[in-house]
Design a protein around this ligand. Structure first.
Ligand code: ADP
Ligand code: MG
Length: 794
């Protein structure tokens, strides 16, 4: 029998889902698949596993002895939910356990197992029937992460197999059940998808008890949302009644920086030191500096202060370099869209009246807690602890707090409106992490966090006009914005051999699938259709030698979160001590060309000195720098030019001045640095490389190493070849002599028009090579090839 602590007994009764226990359990027992929708905080994640456990699931000797498996898109949620459910049931962490990539508490007597969706995907590769489980709960399905989508597709088949085995009376075989849980009602991609579930699964809606939340838009949208967030939190803290504040930002560095600064101004120590006298400091103090270093932690900076009570100081708009942030219409900053005047909190008096301020509340200090996936678990758990007396809880979080975690006592939400998202560049197929606007649905979820305990307020650090015109209604399923080659490789590594027949909740394009398989065969990740004529290899368990099956090389490639072309370079880049250079080149190509281009020179930042003298000097410096970096490896590859600047950057210790002097973007250089480190860690952890340990500074590569790099690049992009047009064109006299490649037409396989070497390429200012490989095509007035490498340098 179950012994719940008395405080848990009480709080459970308040959860709307508890009233639905009977209909939910009936539906689960009568149907192989059930969908449960319910607002965040209604009790899905903590209660449904308990309903199942109480009904005998996960208990040896019962009808359903197999474990209760619960997947989460994030590690934080897997860990914290396991510990919460263990507490509610008064069970140990070996009974209610979690498993994340490198860590876990699972034991032979685990009944309820929380795990990331990635963990379950990997288990499927070794135990396709999931024999250890009697029920799988896929949580947060509304997020439509690629892992969730693919899990649901795979599980629809596993259910069928388990049912057939059970009907055939195979020993010990029991059916598997699937519960899909969503925080929104938008579940038609699962519920009405006949390929996925031939008979539509029942949907249970849990009514939520939600208090009203007042939404306040900013009048203007500043790109410096980090400082905006700090200022807003300060205002709420000093002027508004008690209640926790939840701040949504985009990433770990940003969050740590904000926590540090808030701590310095409003933390316990800051407050007792100052006896709460708000520092009034010159507005020029560090603000623009912070804007430029946004997202960094200010370890060596004097603690920045804010004049919270002065008229709003607009921090200098920083150049973010993010595409999504450049869509802000100019009209947005003017009066044309002033529809939200009443909601504006720029006018502090209006805010005071609207909310009834109590200056006395500022006597308390802030209890500041960061929250993001990579935070150590003991620190993550702090959000659930009761804040110390005389303090206000301030949680600064990524979108992990959007639906996965319900933090008690939140009354105010500050939403920057952005999230870091994995993006797919269609032309290059390269993945990257970018800060983009969230969807309207996400913004609504964020606002809803303020209304769990009582009426709340949500402050959106963007204008209502921007929200109306530039926010998508829903977040697009990840599968539509991620390169398919990578997914196909992952699925093949799970022995899903005919990917085209796979029941995706939202299907990727079929031609894209075919193209993806072709590319993977070319890269050696899959067996070619003619190579493996082994008949009747069946369901594909085990052997990798079936048509289109994964090869050993492909299995290693599947370890990297990169486009398979780059993974291929990494797994075969071991010769001649090349690996560190391959990692650097791959990281640089995946992030993108960091150089500012010639046409960007004139309009570039420090614009007031526009005397022709200065312009000439600047252009001269530009061309000298470009020539210096191009010279690595005799101007035969754009990748070498980037490798050169990456090397110089690390020797110089990075920084603003270096980037200005070398005409590269700081943000991208930092990104390349981080990616190099991540790739090195994966190689080390998987024993693929002997010497992958990350050392940022690399000696210049030898000629032999450059030659290997060129061969690796050529091999990875061999289907993206362009040939000088005069060599293929019958009408042109052969033997034409050119001195410069600029304006010379080329032909590329699969492109039905002339293409040209992009003027920024190191190959464009020399005599035109006969054959090149390119990494991307960009269309403006012409189709330009970028990221070039010469195939047959003399
Ligand atoms: P849902 O999954 O529907 O969003 P949850 O099951 O996560 O809802 O949360 C239900 C309730 O349990 C919420 O009110 C939340 O505050 C509470 N809760 C969840 N985890 C904890 C925890 N670790 N400590 C205290 N309360 C918690
Ligand atoms: Mg939940």
């Amino acid at each position: 029998t179950i012994q719940r602590p008395s405080e848990v007994q009480e709080s459970r009764l308040l959860l709307p889902i508890v009233a639905e226990e009977q209909p939910i359990m009936e539906a689960i027992l009568l149907n192989p698949v059930v969908i449960i929708c319910g607002e965040t905080g209604s009790g899905k994640t903590t209660q449904v596993p308990q309903f199942l456990y109480e009904a005998g699931f996960g208990t040896p000797g019962s009808d359903n002895p197999g474990m209760i498996g619960v997947t989460q898109p994030r590690r934080v949620a897997a860990m914290s939910m396991a510990s919460r459910v263990a507490h509610e049931l008064s069970l140990t962490s070996s009974k209610v356990s979690y498993q994340i990539r490198y860590d876990g508490t699972v034991s032979p007597d685990t009944s309820i197992k929380f795990m990331t969706d990635g963990v379950l995907l990997r288990e499927l590769a070794t135990d396709f029937l999931l024999t250890k489980y009697s029920v799988i709960i896929i949580d947060e399905a509304h997020e439509r992460s690629i892992n969730t989508d693919i899990l649901i597709g795979v599980l629809s088949r596993v259910l069928k197999l388990r049912e057939d085995m059970w009907k055939d009376g195979k020993d010990g075989a029991k059916p598997l059940r699937l519960v899909i849980m969503s925080a929104t009602l938008r579940v038609s991609d699962f519920a009405e998808n006949k390929a996925l579930f031939p008979s539509p699964p029942p949907i249970i809606n849990v009514a939520a008890r939600q208090h009203p939340v007042t939404i306040h838009f900013s009048r203007r949208t500043s790109s410096d949302y980090v400082n905006e967030a700090i200022r807003k939190v300060g205002k709420i803290h000093t002027r508004l009644p008690p209640g926790g504040i939840l701040v949504f930002l985009t990433g770990q560095n940003e969050i740590n920086g904000v926590c540090r600064r808030l701590e310095g101004m409003f933390g316990k120590r800051a407050l007792s030191n100052r006896n709460f006298k708000p520092a009034v400091i010159s507005p020029t103090d560090t603000i623009s500096h912070i804007a430029l270093n946004q997202g960094r932690v200010f370890i060596n900076q004097p603690q920045p202060h804010f004049d919270l009570f002065a008229a709003d100081v607009e921090a200098e708009e920083m150049e973010l370099g993010f595409d999504a942030l450049e869509v802000i219409p100019s009209g947005d900053e003017g009066g044309a869209f002033d529809v939200d005047d009443l909601e504006s909190d720029d006018d502090e008096r209006a805010l005071d009246e609207e909310l009834g301020l109590s200056a006395a509340e500022a006597e308390s200090f802030m209890y500041i807690v960061p929250l993001y996936s990579l935070l150590p678990s003991d620190k993550q758990m702090k959000v659930f602890e009761t804040p110390p007396p005389n303090s206000r809880l301030v949680v600064v979080s990524t979108n992990v707090a959007e639906t996965s975690l319900t933090i008690p006592g939140i009354r105010y939400v500050v939403d920057c409106g952005r999230a870091k998202e994995r993006r797919y560049d269609i032309s290059s197929g390269i993945q990257s992490f970018q800060v983009t606007w969230v969807s309207k649905a996400s913004a609504a979820q964020r606002a809803g966090r303020a209304g769990r305990t009582g009426p709340g307020h949500c402050y959106r650090l963007y204008s209502s006009a921007l929200f109306e015109h530039h926010f998508d209604k829903f977040t697009q399923p990840e599968i539509l914005r991620t390169p398919i080659e990578g997914i196909v490789l992952q699925m093949k590594s799970m022995h899903i051999d005919v990917v085209a027949n796979f029941p995706f909740p939202t299907s990727p394009d079929r031609n894209m699938l075919g193209k993806a398989e072709k590319l993977l065969i070319m890269l050696g990740a899959l067996c070619s259709p003619t190579a493996g004529l082994v008949a009747g290899a069946g369901a594909g368990a085990g052997a990798g030698a079936v048509d289109g099956g994964i090869t050993a090389l492909g299995k290693s490639m599947a370890l990297f979160p990169l486009h398979p072309r780059f993974s291929r370079m990494l797994v075969s880049g071991q010769q001649h001590g090349c690996l560190p250079y391959v990692i650097a080149v791959v990281a640089a190509l995946a992030v993108g060309d960091p150089f500012i281009h010639e046409e960007g020179l004139a309009t570039d930042d420090d614009g007031d000195d526009s005397s022709s003298e200065a312009v000439r000097a600047r252009r001269k410096a530009y061309f000298q720098t470009m020539a210096t970096h191009s010279s690595l490896g005799n101007s035969i590859s754009d990748a070498f030019k980037i490798l050169s600047v990456v090397g110089a950057y690390e020797y110089a210790g990075g920084g603003h001045k270096f980037c200005a002097d070398h005409f590269v973007r700081l943000k991208m250089m930092e990104e390349i640095h981080k990616l190099r480190s991540q790739i090195s860690n994966i190689i080390e952890a998987s024993f693929l490389g002997t010497s992958a340990m990350f050392t940022p500074q690399l000696p210049p590569p030898s000629d032999l190493q450059l030659k290997s790099l060129r061969q690796l690049l050529t091999g990875a992009f061999i289907d993206q070849v362009a040939i000088r047009k005069d060599l293929v064109d019958q009408n042109t006299e052969s033997g034409t002599q050119y001195s410069m490649a600029k304006g010379i037409p080329y032909r590329a396989i699969g492109i039905d028009e002339d293409v040209f070497l992009h003027p920024s390429s190191v190959l464009a200012s020399a005599s035109p090579p006969q054959y090149i490989i390119y990494t991307e095509v960009v269309r403006t007035s012409r189709a330009w090839l970028k990221g070039l490498t010469m195939i047959n340098p003399s």
